[in-house]
Design a protein around this ligand. Structure first.
Ligand SMILES: [Zn+2]
Length: 356
């Protein structure tokens, strides 16, 4: 059995895969057949791939995948070849590209409206498909986004999923406005470190939470106006104090069960709670009285589109958004990278640099 299902040419590549569910010790680094691009697909030489909780969910069984499996959803690299049936090449062979991680059919009623992330046949690179913790990956041609000058592969791979998720959540879903106040949970995470910057760019006041005193200064450096250490202070009480009992306009929720109920209580009248993840669990208790009496909105937000990725890469190229990279590691260290993420010892992204 091989992890690369697209059909081998005899050539091999280095990759990291797992054949059984479990901890990071289930990850194997070694040779796998190099995939070949099929109909309307491209072969990309991976230069960098961001590490995400999604990879851990796949490995541990929280998100089902077909075994054996290569994870890795947030990649950038170089186009090597196109498969048959490609009407228009989005970038010439040899060009540098980012891979939009939310794969879509392009034909269902949601795709037709531009809502690619809720496509009825949607997938994320590295879930139903084989991912990019490898030297090569095969992806649909529609997912290639040319890299602007001045954005290297590691930077692109650090924003390709986390930052587009925060972008879609704050700009398109919660519609954060200048002068409003946003509460951003876990400012040291990929989503959180992006959300602090995007909310500031939108002209909002930002209150951020972090889990250690070292991370407080880092969150301030990113632009947070006020930072709460949630291990030492009750964040809901602090938000109440910092907003003169008014509450915030928008909460960026991705922690889940541990914070949900208090996140709702942090909302001011007309406030919007937008959620794009539930790391600590899927169940949450909601005070229904405050939901209607304060005219609150609870909003789901799922990843981001190709257009969101192109927008974010443009803002990175212009220096308006900064990739926050905790560390880069070589491909053979994917297991170590996942351990670091699970221990929450990071501020910003861990990126696998396959050129190391
Ligand atoms: Zn679709």
């Amino acid at each position: 059995m091989t992890a690369a299902s697209e059909g081998a040419t005899g050539a091999t590549m280095k990759a990291v895969w797992f054949s059984e569910l479990g901890g990071p010790e289930k990850l194997t680094f070694g040779d796998q057949p190099r995939p070949t691009p099929g109909l309307e697909q491209a072969l990309v030489r991976v230069q960098a791939c961001g590490v995400n909780r999604l990879d851990i969910y796949a490995r541990s069984g929280r998100t089902p995948v077909r075994l054996p499996h290569i994870s890795g959803s947030e990649a950038a690299g170089e186009v090597v070849a196109y498969g048959p049936g490609v009407a228009r090449e989005p970038a010439p062979v040899g060009a540098r590209v980012a891979i939009a991680p939310y794969l879509f059919c392009g034909q269902c009623e949601y795709c037709r409206l531009g809502d690619e992330t809720i496509c009825v046949r949607g997938d994320i690179l590295g879930l139903a498909s084989q991912g990019a913790f490898a030297e090569y990956v095969v992806v649909p041609v529609s997912s290639l986004v040319p890299l602007p000058d001045g954005v290297d592969a590691v930077s692109a791979a650090s924003v390709g999923l986390a930052m587009i998720t925060s972008w879609r959540l704050l700009i398109h879903r919660a519609r954060l406005q200048a002068g409003e106040t946003a509460l951003v949970h876990a400012a040291g995470s990929g989503v959180g470190s992006a959300a602090v910057q995007i909310a500031k760019l939108a002209g909002a006041r930002v209150i951020a939470t972090v889990g250690s005193s070292e991370k407080m200064a880092l969150a301030q450096k990113l632009g947070a106006d006020e930072v709460i250490n949630y291990r030492e202070q009750d964040f809901a009480q602090e938000v109440r104090r910092l907003t003169g009992k008014r509450g915030v306009s928008v909460v960026v929720e991705h922690v889940g069960a541990d914070t949900w109920e208090k996140s709702v209580s942090c909302l001011g009248r007309g406030g919007r709670l937008a959620i794009c993840g539930a790391t600590t669990g899927n169940e949450g208790k909601t005070n229904l009285w405050s939901l209607f009496a304060k005219e609150l909105s609870l909003i789901g937000s799922y990843g981001g589109t190709r257009a969101d990725l192109a927008t974010v890469l443009g803002l990175v190229a212009a220096g308006k958004l900064k990739p926050v990279i905790h560390r880069t590691l070589p491909l053979e260290n994917v297991a170590e990278a996942q351990r670091m993420l699970e221990e929450r010892a990071t501020f910003g992204k861990i990126v696998i640099d396959t050129t190391k």
